[in-house]
Structures are given as C-alpha cells and as structure tokens.
Write a protein that binds this ligand. Structure first.
Ligand SMILES: NC(=O)c1ccc[n+]([C@@H]2O[C@H](COP(=O)([O-])OP(=O)(O)OC[C@H]3O[C@@H](n4cnc5c(N)ncnc54)[C@H](O)[C@@H]3O)[C@@H](O)[C@H]2O)c1
Length: 316
C-alpha cells in the first residue's frame, strides 16, 4: 500500500491486519505517522523520486505483493493551485513510477484513491458517468491517475478499481484522526477549540438553508469499502471500474457546523463570510453502482462522524 501511514491508509491498514493479511506500506511519512500502523512493514520513500521504480519493484517482489492500494498523493487544493507543476510531478509522476514498478514485478491488481474533485457542476446525485471537469490541479492530477489506471487495464491482464471518495471525515479511534486541517469538519473543530466562531462561506446558495451541501462519509466506511474492492479484484472479470464512495445523502455546511457545536457544548454563533471561489452548491454521490456491483454501502451517520472527529481532534 502506498500512503498507508496517512489518515485513510492507517484505517485500512488496521482492517487488513485485523483480518490476518500481510501489509507492506510505502510512505514518505510526511503527512502520516508510523505509530498508527504497528504490525505493517514500512518502507520510507518518495514514490515520485528518480530511483523509485527500481525500489518499488524490489519491494513488490520481495514482499510478494498481490494487490496494490495506491493512496499516496499530495491532497491540498490551495497548495495545488500555488504549485501545480509539483502536484503533477508528485501525483502523476508517483503514479507512473508505481505502474512501471508493478509492470516490472508482474503485479497486476490496483485499487486507486480518486476523489469527487474530478467532478465539476453536475446533476444531483452525481453518477460515475457525469462529466469530469476538475477545477484545480489536485483534481486534475487525480483524473489523470484514473486515465492511467484505465489505460493499463485495457491492454493487459491488469485490473484496476478507482474509488472516488466524497467528503471523508471522522475516525475509528481517537489516535487515527485527520491531522490535516483542510476539510470542513476539522476546520470547524479547530475554530471552536480556539474559542473562535466557526466560519460558513456563503449562505446564499440555491440550497435549502443557503449553504453548500456535501456528502460526508465516515473514514471507517471508506476503509471497509477498500476491503470489498480488494477482494472483488481477485475474482472480477472487469479490467477497470470506477465507483463513487459516499453515502448518497446530502448534509449542508450549516447542519455540519450545528452538529459540531452541539457535540462540543459550545455557545459560539457561526459567522457567515463571502463565498469561496470554486465552491459549487451541491455535490452528492450516487451510490447505486457500488451497491449493485460490490454490495457495499455506508454504515455510519453524521453524528458518528462528528463525535468521532471531535474526540480525535482533542488529542492533536
Ligand atoms: N481525505 C479526504 O477527504 C480525501 C478525499 C478524496 C480523496 N482522497 C485521497 O485519498 C488518499 C489518501 O488521503 P489521506 O486523507 O489519507 O491523506 P494523508 O495525507 O493523510 O495520507 C497520504 C500519505 O501519503 C504520503 N505521500 C504523499 N505523497 C507521497 C509520495 N510522493 N511518496 C510517498 N508518500 C507520499 C503522505 O505523506 C501521507 O503519509 C489521497 O490520494 C487523497 O488524494 C482523500
């Protein structure tokens, strides 16, 4: 697994170890921590570096890897706008190195972490065939990753599954929280812990309460979906598949902020500021395809997400 010491990866590593699988993690440990994944074999390296193909290929061979889960990526949208080339070097370059190493080591099964950021404005709920027009270099680098996985799958016995995660949040246990405060729930919690009012960016959208609507999915649900995807690859006849990974339910920013305020017992009043450039009013996953083809659906709700995120962030 690449990126296995990070937020989502650590959840998945724990599930794999718990069911008795052997796990090798390749990670530069910049965004993650090895403490979270005791029991996995860890190889610290940057998969986008020039020597990466040889190193990755030997790891794949020596560790007798059957399936690769590729989570390692830089993921900050703002940073991707400031440093587009670096994002392509890291996310697309890293993916190219990984695929070359897999080819060299004859490993032909891949689960790739993609994102709802590949979609632009589209119908609600968003289906996998909805237009992909990513609005920033981060989303673009992920879409290129999907194309690479699909291209590999069209010409050989290579099989790949791309999972487009929606808004991942929460934690299975407090030490596994999201340490990057770049998503809504960690941002709201941080403001409350600092005694500052949570911010709402725009309340004049064409949505029921005027704030943006998103599909929040518990990180443990996301990790469990990977187990299903990994197992499915071993029996599937499909070359490449793409699935939305969400709950199919929309929650507004105001509902999230209220839920966090409630769990924290805070009397702070949210502050409404102007819209952020690039925010679209409503993005909700259609989860029909993943339900029908993989038999997966989410188990956790917003209260589980918010309460577990709150508990986890107190530890940071
Ligand atoms: N967190 C979300 O809400 C979300 C939503 C959609 C998609 N994703 C995707 O899921 C994946 C995992 O996200 P996360 O939230 O766990 O991120 P994370 O930053 O917590 O974990 C990613 C790990 O990969 C490492 N990494 C990144 N680039 C690397 C490289 N070139 N070489 C080696 N290691 C590298 C990081 O240092 C980190 O340890 C990413 O691909 C991300 O794009 C995340």
């Amino acid at each position: 697994m690449t990126g296995g010491s990070g937020y989502i990866g650590a959840h998945l590593v724990r599930l794999l170890l718990a069911r008795g699988d052997t796990v090798a993690v390749v990670d530069d440990l910049v965004g993650g921590s090895s403490d979270r994944i005791e029991g996995a074999r860890i190889f610290q390296m940057d998969i986008a570096e020039s020597e990466a193909i040889t190193k990755l290929s030997s790891i794949l061979t020596e560790e007798k890897i059957e399936t690769v889960v590729h989570l390692a990526a830089r993921k900050k949208i703002d940073e991707s706008i400031e440093r587009p080339l670096w994002y392509f070097q890291q996310n697309v370059g890293g993916m190219a190195n990984l695929l070359a190493a897999m080819q060299e080591a004859a490993v032909a099964s891949l689960v790739f972490s993609s994102t709802a950021a590949v979609y632009a404005e589209s119908g609600v709920p968003v289906i996998e065939e909805s237009p992909t027009v990513p609005l920033n270099p981060y989303g673009q680098s992920k879409l290129v990753g999907e194309w690479m996985a699909r291209a590999m799958s069209s010409s050989r016995s290579f099989k790949s599954t791309c999972l487009r995660y929606f808004n991942v949040a929460g934690a299975q246990s407090p030490e596994l929280g999201d340490s990057a405060v770049t998503n809504l729930i960690p941002m709201v919690i941080e403001r409350i812990l600092e005694g500052k009012p949570p911010l709402i960016f725009g309340d004049d959208y064409s949505t029921p309460d005027g704030t943006c609507v998103r599909d929040f999915v518990h990180v443990q649900d996301v990790a469990e979906a990977h187990l299903v995807a990994i197992d499915n690859l071993s029996t599937s006849m499909r070359g490449n598949s793409i699935y939305n990974l969400g709950t199919g339910k929309g929650t507004s920013v105001r509902q999230v902020v209220d839920a966090v305020l409630k769990i924290s017992g805070s009397a702070l009043v949210p502050e409404v500021s102007s819209r952020r450039i690039g925010d679209i009013p409503k993005v909700i996953a259609s989860v029909e395809k993943i339900r029908a083809e993989l038999g997966w659906k989410s188990r956790f709700d917003l209260d589980d997400i918010v309460s577990s995120a709150w508990e986890a962030q107190q530890r940071v």
